[in-house]
Design a binder for this molecule. Structure first.
Ligand SMILES: C[S@@+](CC[C@H](N)C(=O)[O-])C[C@H]1O[C@@H](n2cnc3c(N)ncnc32)[C@H](O)[C@@H]1O
Length: 351
């Protein structure tokens, strides 16, 4: 009291903090703050094949540590996080089993997302994610800013990452194919051109389904090198062509259905306009263009969209943006077809 009088200054009161309830908005925010470390734990678990090692039932911590060449005490801490995330469960103290969610990280699961998980947690991807703030100012790819060339241009020189990328595309495609087959009637098509079609999983499935259909796969040479095994029978039977090329230069002619599955969202505005203009110059007059991309109005779609921004300078487009893009390339929007999965299909035709 005497001291205060001497200095004349009043002590600063402590800022009053509200008591944070065990659940509620603040707790929700705290959970989200650690999203990056949780995603990384998934990536490491997938990389070390931990869910695969739990395939045969309860497995001890030391056995897991030996199999993964990790420090048991450090591994135990990550296992505790994976328990909290619902990826594994501790069936008895020190013994772990895989949950139904964790099984999607097993390599042999029919609905595996192991490679997709590894892809989104690659160091080179996480580096660009950490630079999101910069992309907000430039609207450009941080991958290109860091490496001087784009992600797709760089992949052929990164064989380990390219293998993970191709594996991830196959995993996603398997689910997409089921969803697209259910949602869209391909029976009216004569020749489908899958532009940026990866290694041809979607095209092979469509050719299997529709014996009267022909198809063309276009992708960069390094990717189509892996298409032989998938499309072999259809190529040998004369129903399919595989073309290695650059869709920003040209697109194969002769199709009445041009498919862009998870491709336009990977393009910058300039690339998207060039690609659609190239398709417009070769599509049959009564042909159809079908885009298949996630719905931006979902948590997955919005997260994917921001990843596309930092990684590629691309992203999902709203209905209005798509209509403007279509008009600039000579297409007219027709309709949107929902699927039971992540994708929505946007159909357009020559204007
Ligand atoms: C996200 S992947 C989608 C693959 C496939 N459509 C799918 O959904 O599984 C994008 C594909 O576009 C291809 N791509 C990117 N730029 C390309 C270009 N300029 N010319 C041809 N293909 C390209 C990539 O090699 C990759 O296979």
């Amino acid at each position: 009291m005497a001291k205060r009088k001497a200095s004349g200054a009043k002590p600063k009161p402590l800022r009053r903090r509200a008591r944070v309830p065990a659940s509620g908005p603040a707790q929700k925010l705290r959970g989200m703050l650690f999203g990056a470390i949780q995603a990384q734990a998934l990536g490491v678990a997938a990389e070390l094949r931990i869910p695969d090692l739990l395939r045969d039932g309860p497995t001890g911590l030391y056995q897991l540590a030996t199999a993964t060449h990790t420090d048991p005490m450090a591994l135990e801490r990550m296992m505790r996080l994976l328990v909290q995330m619902g990826i594994v469960a501790e069936s008895r103290p020190g013994k772990f089993i895989c949950t139904a969610t964790g099984k999607h990280l097993q390599a042999e699961s029919p609905s595996s997302l192991r490679n997709y998980t590894r892809l989104t947690n690659l160091e080179m991807v996480l580096h660009v994610v950490a630079r999101l703030g910069r992309s907000l100012h430039t609207a450009e790819s941080q991958f290109t800013a860091l490496h001087g060339k784009g992600f797709y241009e760089s992949l052929p020189n990164l064989p380990a990452e390219a293998a993970i990328f191709n594996g991830a595309m196959q995993e996603i495609s398997e689910q997409d194919i089921i969803d697209m087959r259910d949602a869209y009637d391909f029976s009216r098509c004569r020749c489908v051109v899958d532009v940026g079609g990866g290694q041809g999983h979607l095209l092979a499935a469509l050719l299997d389904d529709y014996p009267g259909l022909n198809g063309v796969l276009l992708d960069v040479p390094a990717v189509i090198a892996g298409a032989g095994a998938i499309l072999h029978d259809h190529v040998a039977g004369g129903r399919c062509r595989v073309v290695g090329g650059d869709f920003l230069q040209s697109v194969p002619a002769g199709g009445d259905l041009y498919l862009l599955k998870r491709v336009l969202s990977h393009c910058t505005e300039e690339q998207a306009r060039t690609l659609l203009t190239n398709i417009r110059s070769v599509i049959a007059p009564k042909g159809r263009l079908v885009l298949a991309d996630p719905d931006p109005a979902s948590l997955y779609g919005a997260s994917f969209d921001v990843l596309m921004l930092v990684l590629l300078g691309g992203g999902l487009r709203t209905g209005k943006q798509l209509k403007e893009l279509f008009a600039a390339a000579g297409f007219a929007y027709k309709r949107t077809v929902g699927t039971s999965g992540e994708l929505q299909l946007i159909e357009a035709s020559p204007a």
